[in-house]
Design a protein around this ligand. Structure first.
Ligand code: IMP
Ligand code: MG
Length: 172
């Protein structure tokens, strides 16, 4: 049976989302940015962020998968479906739940970078730098987390636990 321990409470998450939104509001006001969320993990963070941002913007989504289930990523990234919105000339902000090895965001930044956006930045709620394999710059980071597997606030383990309001550590 898995035991869950709260690592970051929903109140801390709420405060951080508001801080990030305030920063983004300053940077993206009058730019009609295109926020592109990486599904599925981003869905709660992105909806929190957008409602707090309170500026005109557009949204789109991509679905990427790294092959295989469980805790380890396989290293191979596949685009399950991409965006329809033209990227050229747009101020694009990629929204991720967590950056771990960096493979997913590296893939996405390369993919959108080739489509000539006016600007391209990355916002991730959680950063796990201890496991980084590729060097990526996270322009807007919420929390740095230790080298543990976390669930909740949109993050899953085999599709479970996304609904939890706190970010939790799964203990065996
Ligand atoms: P990366 O490609 O290794 O950076 O991993 C990125 C993706 O792996 C994230 O978008 C998450 O979906 C998933 N992931 C990485 N670490 C965790 C974790 O601790 N809990 C849940 N999902 C994670
Ligand atoms: Mg996942």
């Amino acid at each position: 049976m898995n035991k869950l321990k709260v690592l970051i409470s929903k109140e801390e998450i709420e405060r951080k989302a508001a801080e990030l939104a305030a920063e983004l509001r300053t940077d993206y006001r009058d730019k009609n940015p295109l926020l592109i969320g990486a599904l599925k993990g981003c869905f709660i963070f992105m909806s929190d962020l957008i409602r707090k941002l309170d500026i005109p913007l557009e949204v789109d989504f991509v679905r990427v998968s790294s092959y295989g289930a469980g805790i380890q990523t396989s290293g191979e990234i596949k685009l399950e479906y991409g965006t329809k919105t033209p990227i050229e000339g747009r101020h694009v902000l990629v929204i991720e739940d967590i950056v771990d090895s960096g493979l997913t965001v590296r893939f996405l930044l390369d993919y959108f970078g080739r489509q000539e956006p006016s600007s391209l930045k990355l916002c991730a709620m959680f950063d796990k730098p201890s496991r980084r394999e590729l060097d990526v710059t996270i322009d807007y980071t919420g929390f740095t987390v230790p080298d543990v597997f976390v669930v909740g606030y949109g993050l899953d383990l085999d599709e479970k636990f996304r609904y939890l309001p706190d970010l939790c550590i799964l203990e065996e």
